[in-house]
Design a protein around this ligand. Structure first.
Ligand code: S3P
Length: 178
């Protein structure tokens, strides 16, 4: 409870924003992808290749259930596809304040085009795939989020200022409500 959660498409900046936010707010950071890789002792690409996407999605839900019992006042950065599952959105909501880092397809493409670690983007036309997936997932991200933070054309300090302000606002409300 009381966690700050970052959701959004691959390459929207969740990991970088999460790390910088953890310094600013003096909270530790957890990344669901890294937790899964650690527990499985293999990379996301290996998990997709050996056991398929459905297996990976079940691992994501399992990690969230575990975090629900253990994570307090942390920064949690989650994989891009995690909020698509309804149960996961409910778990995110219980875990804390959810921020959707919203980016245009082109911004994402520029950041991930040379990246080989994301199995879903190893296709002939990654930009098209990115745009299709964003369109499909955007409603889920919005449904899961307490706040939408647009990242296109913004610097990291700008994005961090926006999130920090909303986190502080929430803390003031919680304190006022006792
Ligand atoms: C995925 C996003 C990845 C990782 C996996 C699947 C997705 O995480 O969980 O490759 O379905 O969007 P990042 O968003 O951290 O890249």
């Amino acid at each position: 409870m009381g966690n700050v959660i970052l959701i959004g498409f691959m390459g929207c900046g969740k990991s970088t924003v999460g790390l910088r936010l953890s310094y600013r707010l003096r909270r530790t950071i957890i990344d669901t992808d890294k937790e899964i890789e650690k527990e499985e002792n293999r990379t996301i690409s290996e998990i997709f290749a050996e056991d398929g996407e459905a297996y990976f999605r079940d691992r994501e839900t399992a990690i969230l259930r575990k975090l629900k019992d253990s994570a307090n006042n942390q920064i949690i950065s989650v994989g891009g596809g995690l909020p698509v599952r309804e149960e996961n959105r409910a778990l995110l909501h219980e875990l804390g304040q959810v921020f959707y880092l919203c980016a245009e397809g082109w911004t994402i493409y520029e950041r991930v085009k040379d990246d080989k670690t994301r199995p879903l983007l190893q296709v002939d036309d990654p930009l098209k795939k990115i745009e299709t997936l964003i369109k499909e997932r955007d409603p889920y991200y919005r449904a899961a989020a307490d706040a939408v933070v647009t990242v296109d054309g913004k610097s990291f300090p700008q994005i961090l200022d926006e999130i920090e302000e909303l986190v502080n606002e929430k803390e003031r409300t919680v304190l006022a409500e006792g």
